[in-house]
Design a binder for this molecule. Structure first.
Ligand code: NAD
Length: 259
């Protein structure tokens, strides 16, 4: 097969969680541009419908399924609706996650409820997604991609959000375990983004204007001298979803400008 052909996702069906905005929307559009039909899931139907319009404009089908990923039954419903509409699931991206606001969540001071909320969204929902997606991929094969974070690199401490950092580090470990259990038919990889100024990112750091966002490149000392864009993550996900990466499983790819 010609090498460029290996990056194409024609006739494949991809599910993306947290696809209503930010990185998830970018991933969904990139997968559609590469040729896949897309199922978009997050809690807000209006956001999903906006993503759906963008996907339709690149000529691919899009199914909107409002879903709270912390509820396993809703993830099961998402998989079932995808199967009913498209007959199969080839690609599943566990992207929904993040921090709700700029409140510091120190490891030693966080409440049990807050710790549970971080683990449920950023780790347990990824586990549920992997279990459910893999049940639908057993015979046909597929690729599962978990969105981790550069905060998980080399056991770097997360200064203000310990529970989030711990959850994302555990996502890398969970990815490796699933990859062994699900080989050879299903590949499981993680993508770990560096700083990307999405709404969630700006809220979590209390950044109120573009100047503050721009100054981060220097503060964070990013070797490639810019913040990331959602398309940077979209390209990496297309690679991990496509036959171009067919001999790669159990890996975490850091897409972080080298920081
Ligand atoms: P975002 O807030 O812009 O988008 C997150 C999406 O997930 C939204 O559509 C939101 O509605 C959805 N979501 C949140 N909780 C949900 C739930 N319980 N059920 C269903 N959907 C839910 O955030 P983002 O910056 O695009 O982050 C996307 C992913 O990338 C997250 O997993 C985040 O941890 C990770 N990440 C982001 C950055 C960054 O710099 N932006 C860096 C590293 C990792």
């Amino acid at each position: 097969m010609n090498v460029l052909e290996k990056f194409k996702l024609n006739n494949l069906v991809a599910v993306v969680t947290g696809a209503g905005k930010g990185i998830g929307r970018g991933i969904a559009i990139s997968l559609a541009e590469a040729g896949a039909d897309i199922v978009v899931a997050s809690r807000n139907k209006k956001d999903l419908e906006e993503t759906s319009i963008a996907i339709s404009s690149v000529g691919k089908k899009c199914l909107v399924v409002p879903t709270d990923v912390t509820k396993k039954g809703e993830l099961e419903n998402l998989a079932l609706k995808t199967k009913n509409e498209f007959g199969k699931i080839d690609i599943w991206v566990n992207n929904a996650g993040g921090l709700p606001d700029a409140t510091p969540r120190y490891m030693s001071k966080t409440s049990e409820d807050e710790f549970d909320a971080q683990i449920n969204l950023n780790l347990k929902a990824v586990w549920s997604g992997c279990v459910i997606a893999s049940n639908y991929m057993q015979e046909t094969g597929g690729s599962i991609i978990n969105i981790s974070s550069a905060t998980s690199k080399n056991m770097k401490p997360n200064i203000k959000n310990g529970p989030y950092g711990a959850a994302k580090s555990a996502v890398n470990s969970l990815t490796a375990s699933f990859s062994l259990e699900l080989a050879p038919n299903i590949r499981v990889n993680a993508i770990a983004p560096g700083p990307i100024p999405t709404e969630n990112f700006k809220d979590s750091l209390n950044l109120s204007n573009q100047q503050e966002v721009d100054s981060l490149t220097k503060v964070l000392n990013i070797p490639l001298q810019r913040l990331g864009e959602v398309e940077d993550i979209g390209s990496a996900v297309v690679f991990m979803a496509s036959p171009a990466s067919s001999w790669i499983t159990g890996q975490c790819l850091f897409v972080d400008g080298g920081s």
